[in-house]
Write a protein that binds this ligand. Sequence first.
Ligand SMILES: [Zn+2]
Length: 250
Amino acid sequence: MLINLFNFNKFIQLYAIEGKEIFIVGGILILSAIPLFLGSNSDKKKAIFKGLRCINCGKNKNFKFTCECGKNSKLFYLTVFFITFASLIFSLIKLNNLTDFLIASLMIILLSSVSVSDIIERTVPDILVLIFGIVFLLMRILLTPERLLDSFLGMTGSFLFFLTIAYVGEKIYKREVLGGGDIKLYGVIGLILGLNLTFISIFIASLSGYIYSFFIKERDYIAFVPFISFGVLISYFYGKTILEGYLNLI
Ligand SMILES: [Zn+2]
């Protein structure tokens, strides 16, 4: 499967893009920049076209990376940009139909945006989750109706799962253990992944988040959405392989 990944001839035939590579890559470069603006301006929608927020003090900097507070946000935004770009190119090569690629690219843009927002503003913006959720639901109904039932099961399954964790966690720790934004985001993820892949993504997200927090000394806020995003991407592309491997083991 990994070897197929770089089968460019098949990929070029499939999308009939010979001679149009420059436009495809250009389009993906533009798509990769969208999450930076959506994620760093989610609370002030009118500021989306005014520039990127400083990762240290949160001020908008009108496309200048160095802030008055002395912090330079260039490395952060470039990293997010390249991860988004690489994920989009990966899904273009890996997926062999346009519908799956459309859903995957919207999913990557949503995950990148909410990761930026979680890191900068420590929040998952409701408005982004709601808009993308409606779009995903419409795409499932119109483009892949055969997967609609699994989508609904994924959405309600993850919703109930996280509501239970939030409720039990609050009883035990006497404080909020899970943000409402995370729960809503996972509702939308369930809609995209379906039931089985959603739970695989939760497992990968928890495991990678746990490993990270084990190595990081600071006990301050750890943005969990980047780990959720990592889990979702792995599960979206390799979840079926992981599930089959696991079922063969038992
Ligand atoms: Zn600043």
